[in-house]
Design a binder for this molecule. Structure first.
Ligand code: ADP
Length: 574
């Protein structure tokens, strides 16, 4: 080390330029890690008992290890108070043991002057003689080291590259280690050994009180944790690494139907377990056993538990392994959510749905045959007796025919609507929409002719879909456009498609009566009709369209200015 006089101070960067102590409090910090700190204290206490003369080196080694820094060490003032020397260093700076800095022109002196911890950033910018102590210190955290309340040196940790940045928790832990180390140092090195022993005892008492306080705090937090668990309305239990129960809450007792035995009973051993398909689940394969065996949280499973009283419960387990401070598996915690009610209502819903499906099937198929008979016989009546019966009788027959036809439409639409459920889904195939539209138009030939309507279209794309459902879609939209035309002009309908990102947007535009804005959304609901008593509608057409589009993950909507036509648009993924 070159000697440097106080005069040099003026020629180098100011002290403030190499300090970033305040930033320490602003940096994001780790949460307090008492477990690591306690381990370090115990290691130091052991070193003190076994080889007091190396206690300072042990301190340097411990700092290096637990703070994961590149260098760590101690600086102590020389007898004459002019310099600091380095009695113990660990890490990259270890070769500099025995070196030191000047009292009045160096980082250790700054710490003593301010009597406070300081964080330095590349301090050789101000103290160039430290350039000799390679590698350079990117950041160095220095704390005063006290003996009998007097600062006689510093303890320090260094990072030699910018990736290791110190935070408030580093400072807290270093202060704690520093307190212990100074007590140890006094015990070992001071002349007045009796006094030192007394001091050490005092400090040991203090440390013990501190440890007890920590223990109390951890017991308290454990107590609060358990209180919280006990108050939760879901079954929760904890186990050791072998799966033996260490805690369970009242909800767990209620779910399993028995008070388990702590320390003996293992996981869900109280109950006989089954897989959702009804096959027995051996206890060694229960979700908690797997979580402990494979050391992983296992979620998204369902199982059935048969309690000692024979009651069966569906549950969803959430087993999670727990680890100690070293990352070793120390046990597990499991939460069992009772899903019996949900399963029951799902079952009910399923069977209700099936009933409804059967009913609709019966209505739409079985009723069709007798209805066809009613239709054909009333038509026959109308033909046979035309002119032979009075006008009133003829109009009665006409009403009957019309009613039967409406009912037929309704049944057909109902069947179409209910046919669009999950079970009927088939593999979609490339489908040419030009062909599909032609097909729909051929079905609509009669109403087109009757209304004098005309349908034009741009070239349409090929999409991946089920042909039959697309036909339904076009048939309903074009059919509506023909049906809801204006009385003063024949329907003009245009079908087009444009690409928008990953979708095709189709549009069926007409020049009909249009839709009032407040109804634009409602009309897609089943049985929603607007214009009152138009003939030939079931109120299901647009609901069918929506179901078809939903099936492909698309959207359907209507745009219209009332009285000026409507456009129905829908998207199909390209
Ligand atoms: P409906 O069997 O009554 O046609 P839809 O579900 O097909 O049933 O249509 C619902 C309602 O939406 C119709 O009653 C009608 O009032 C309105 N609507 C549907 N398409 C059009 C259209 N192109 N122009 C004007 N109104 C329409």
């Amino acid at each position: 080390m070159q000697s440097a006089t106080a005069l040099q101070t003026d020629n180098f960067v100011p002290l403030e330029a190499i300090l970033c102590t305040e930033e320490l409090q602003r940096r994001p910090s780790r949460p307090p890690d008492y477990a690591t700190e306690n381990r370090a204290l115990v290691a130091l206490a052991q070193a003190l008992a076994e080889s007091p003369e190396t206690i300072l080196q042990k301190l340097a080694d411990t700092i290096l290890e637990i703070f994961q820094v590149h260098s760590a060490g101690l600086s102590l003032l020389t007898q004459d108070g002019t310099r600091f020397y380095w009695p113990a260093i660990a890490g990259a700076w270890k070769p500099h043991i025995g070196g030191g800095t000047q009292r009045d022109f160096g980082p250790c002196g700054d710490v003593l002057d301010r009597n406070a911890p300081l964080l330095f950033k590349r301090f050789e910018r101000r103290y160039p003689y430290l350039l000799e102590a390679a590698p350079a210190a990117e950041e160095a955290l220095l704390l005063p080291f006290y003996v009998h309340g007097k600062a006689v040196g510093t303890i320090w940790a260094m990072a030699h590259d910018h990736r290791r940045q110190f935070d408030a928790e580093d400072l807290r832990q270093m202060e704690s280690l520093g307190r212990f180390a100074s007590a140890a140092y006094q015990a070992v090195h001071l002349q007045d050994s009796r006094r030192a022993a007394l001091n050490l005892m005092e400090d040991a008492v203090l440390s013990r009180q501190m440890v007890e306080k920590l223990n109390r705090e951890s017991r308290e937090s454990e107590r609060r944790f358990r209180q919280m668990i006990d108050a939760l309305p879901v079954a929760i239990y904890t186990t050791d690494a072998e799966g033996r129960l260490t805690h369970f809450n009242p909800a767990a007792v209620e779910l399993s139907g028995r008070v388990p035995e702590l320390g003996t009973d293992r996981w869900c051993v109280t109950c006989q377990l089954y897989h959702p398909d009804g096959t027995p689940m051996p206890h060694e394969e229960c979700p908690m056993a797997i979580a402990l065996k494979e050391d992983r949280a296992a979620h998204g499973m369902e199982a059935i538990a048969e309690r000692p009283d024979g009651k069966r419960i569906w549950f969803e387990p959430y087993p999670t392994p727990l680890h100690d401070a070293d990352g070793r598996l120390s046990g597990g915690i499991n939460m069992l959510v009772d899903i019996t009610e949900r399963k029951r209502s799902e079952d009910q819903l399923r069977s209700l749905n099936q009933d409804l499906q059967h009913f609709v099937y019966a209505a739409s198929h079985d009723l069709q045959q007798p209805l066809r008979m009613v239709t054909s016989y009333t038509q026959l009546l109308a033909r046979r007796y035309k002119g032979k019966i009075d006008e009133r009788a003829e109009s009665y027959i006409a009403f009957a025919v019309e009613g039967a036809q409406r009912m037929e439409t309704l049944l057909r639409d109902l069947r179409d609507y209910w046919s669009l459920n999950k079970e009927t889904e088939r593999e979609p195939v490339p489908t040419d929409c030009n062909e599909v539209l032609e097909e729909a138009l051929s079905v609509l030939a009669l109403p087109t002719q009757e209304t004098g309507g005309s349908v034009t279209h741009d070239p349409l794309p090929t999409v991946t879909a089920e042909r039959i459902t697309l036909t339904m879609l076009f048939q309903n939209l074009v059919g509506n456009a023909l049906k809801y035309g204006r009385p003063d002009q024949p329907p003009r309908i245009h079908v087009s498609a444009e690409r928008s990102g990953r979708d095709w947007i189709f549009s069926v535009r007409d020049n009909g009566i249009g839709i009032e804005p407040e109804y634009l959304k409602e009309i897609f609901a089943p049985f929603k009709r607007l214009h009152g008593s138009e003939p030939g509608g079931s109120g299901l057409g647009l609901a069918i369209c929506k179901k078809v589009v939903d099936r492909y993950g698309g959207k359907i909507w209507a745009e219209s200015e009332y009285g000026r036509g409507a456009a129905f648009r829908f998207t199909i993924p390209a």
